[in-house]
Every structure is written in C-alpha cells, then in structure tokens.
Design a protein. Sequence first.
Length: 254
Amino acid sequence: MSGTGPPPFSSEWAFFLDIDGTLLELAEHPRAVRVSVALPLLERLLAAADGAVALISGRSVDDIERMFYPLVFPIAGQHGIERRTAEGLLLRHAPPLEQLGRAASELVRLTAAHTGLVAENKGMTLALHYRRAPELREVAESEMKALAASLGDAFELQAGKLVFELKPSGKNKGSAIAEFMREAPFAGRLPVFIGDDLTDEHGFDVVNRLGGHSVKVGPGPSGARWRLADTSAVREWLAACIGRPGGSRRTVAR
C-alpha cells in the first residue's frame, strides 16, 4: 500500500488495541509491565472516539480491569474467550475446566523442573512463557503440544512471542473484534486494530475484510496493511490521532 503511514484520524473509527508489545513494552513477567505510560493517552482516546475503544488481549478480563483502573473499557480477554461489552456484560465461552485443571498441574511440575519457564493460569487458558530462558523453546513447545493432544479437540495450541498457550478452540481476537463490531458504540464505524504478535493476525484478517486499518507493530511478516516500529511509535501515533503529537511517527507503509 502506498503512503507514508496509517491514515489521518477519523472520528468514525473504532479502535481495537492489543496490550503487551503494542500499547506497553514487553516485560519478563506479565505483572512487570508499566501501565502508567499509556493511561493519560487512553483516557483522551476514549473521549475522542466517543467510547469506541476496546482492549483485545491474551490476558484475562479481570487482569486487564485491574491494570487499567480507574479507566473502564470494553475488553476481549484470553484471546476472545471472554468479553466485557460496552454495557458491562461479561460473556464467556466456557471450556471443560476439569481438563484444563489437569493440564495446569502438569505445567506446575514442568516449571518446577525448569526455573526459566513461567506458567500462567488465566482461568480458561494456560500459557507457558519462556522469555526468561529462550533456550528452552523446544522443551516448552514439546510439552505444550503433548498437553494439547491430551486435551483433544476442545483446545488448541497457539504460539506467540516467547510463549505457547492452550486455549479453547473456535475463539480468537478476530472473532472478538467481529462481535464488538455488531454492538454499540462500535457498529457502523471503521475498525482499526493495532497488534504485534502472531495471535493478532486473526484480528488483522477480520479488520481487512471489513475495510478497516490493520497495523502491525515491529518486524516480521504480517497480513496487516500498515506498520509501526514499536510501542513508543504506537503511543505517538495515537497521540497524533487525537491532536497531541508525541514526536515523529516512525511509520512504514506496507
């Protein structure tokens, strides 16, 4: 696509924003991210978009709500498996939790044997992070593939940045965006989705089909139509969208 970067802000946009690696810098542990760098910006963005701003993340809805308090957003958590609507209704695609509990116990044993691995039980998904020990990628992948096979068709394995995740089949960030787009205040607007990871490609596909703007953060192949260099560039571009530029945009057109 030709151009110098994502197009100018429109009051008719609906924003869908990934969190880790997009709005906020990645950290060794999910609890170590710095949220304060984004809060004032997000408050202004909510006002500029008349509330049509949703956070789309692999984190749980409860975790996201704690992180961004006192701001209140529509949220898709655990890759679209749970969703807090703009009206405050919490919707969940509940998996067989007994099976997931057995898998969680296996991950506890695995992380006890490999201290560089971090297990995260989000309630309806299980993540195994190897950010602290990239050399353990093959171990993490092998163990998670075995667990996915033991769980059957109800669950699927999803790879991300230095993480493997077990999640219920059939839901993803793209399905969450599509669901939001059928509801107020998103319906009738043009979707804009910004993400950095493999897990965001489902969202890019949906936004592209709807004629919206898909924005990939960082390097690597992607189906997104636009690109921003890093989390700082994301916040700068969003600030520019709402009339308070934070510096150069550092954008590259795809």
